[in-house]
Design a protein around this ligand. Structure first.
Ligand code: NAD
Ligand code: HJL
Length: 273
């Protein structure tokens, strides 16, 4: 995505409003309002392959993503995404103050990402975004990286070792991740990807932690071999279906909003036009 300021219309903002975190944060103690949001192709791919950044959003839905960034206190991605994209993870809408910028959160269990060389940290050093919080298990990250991160206002958040080890590496439970972020004072979280992060959230019981879903669907097929969104289906699991879906065309793309959480249904029914 480029660096010029973006504009998102008041009409489009109103359409999204029922799916966004309340402007006054909810009860102290509750987990962050978590919005799952990503751009997908018609064949459910979010990129051509794991290490490749693939632009799917058109200019209008790109502006929407930046509006979403302005409406959440944090923006979460996995280490695969920061390694592939070296993203800015800031909001480039006109008139956004540093206070309104989202806090980037990167899930990076064994600290593979060199934050000191990242665009994201460089922007924080220039006052154009906040420095990231890195969720990891590694209790001794490289000294130079830690120094640069902390000097810019970022930090490592250390998760417990005991529960995290699986056959294919370290996996933190989503409840634990959201609890750790709540304890950092974050009330709302926009989860942008990548594939591993999204697929691991779209299974019960984790799916109940997602407050809203806002997808960009681009009119393109990426073909086989891409990073696809297709969560594991557990035995006897019911079909996972978006509740209270709302379709909203934006440029050449379509935005699909909805919820997966039983307790959000009534609220959405009352507030959706
Ligand atoms: N189209 C979009 O909206 C969009 C959004 C984000 C990323 N992407 C693309 O997705 C691709 C990256 O996806 P990916 O699946 O390879 O990487 P990812 O960003 O999902 O990161 C995966 C890594 O995160 C860590 N991780 C994930 N869940 C964890 C958990 N519960 N506990 C501990 N660690 C966990 C693991 O180390 C894992 O290897 C890139 O090509 C990127 O461009 C696209
Ligand atoms: N909404 C959206 N449309 C896309 O076409 C695309 N590729 C992404 N990808 C999300 C991922 O998190 C990327 O890393 C950031 O979109 C890049 O982020 P920056 O603009 O550099 O901040 N997201």
């Amino acid at each position: 995505m480029g660096s010029s300021a973006l504009v998102f219309s008041p009409y489009d903002r109103e359409v999204l409003e029922p799916y966004l975190p309340p402007r006054t944060p909810a009860n102290h103690g509750s987990l962050p309002f978590s919005t799952l949001t990503f751009a997908t192709s018609l064949d459910s791919a979010i990129s051509l392959s794991p290490g490749v950044q693939t632009i799917l959003s058109g200019p209008e839905s790109k502006a929407m993503t930046h509006y979403l960034r302005s409406r959440h206190e944090a923006i979460l991605v996995g280490v695969g995404t920061v390694m592939a994209d070296d993203p800015s993870l800031n909001c480039r809408l006109e008139g956004i103050t540093l206070e309104q910028q989202p806090r980037p959160v990167v899930i990076d269990p064994v600290v593979r990402w060199d934050v000191a060389k990242s665009k994201c940290l460089s922007l924080a050093q220039q006052g154009k975004g906040k420095a990231p919080y890195i969720v990891c298990i590694q209790s001794n990250p490289p000294f130079g990286q830690r120094k640069a991160l902390e000097a810019a206002g970022g930090k490592y958040i250390y998760m417990g070792f005991e529960d995290a080890m699986t056959d294919d590496g370290f996996r933190f439970g989503w409840n634990s991740i959201l609890t750790a972020l709540r304890d950092e004072g974050l009330h709302s979280l926009m989860i942008e990807g990548g594939g591993s992060i999204i697929n691991s959230l779209l299974v019960p019981p984790e799916v109940e932690l997602i407050s809203s879903v806002i997808l960009t669907i681009a009119p393109t097929w990426l073909g086989q071999g891409g990073v696809t969104i297709s969560p594991e289906r557990k035995e006897k699991q019911k079909q996972l279906r978006l509740q209270h879906p709302k379709w909203h065309p934006l440029g050449e793309d379509i935005i699909l909003c909805g919820t997966l959480r039983a307790d959000r249904g009534n609220w959405l029914q009352q507030h959706s036009k």
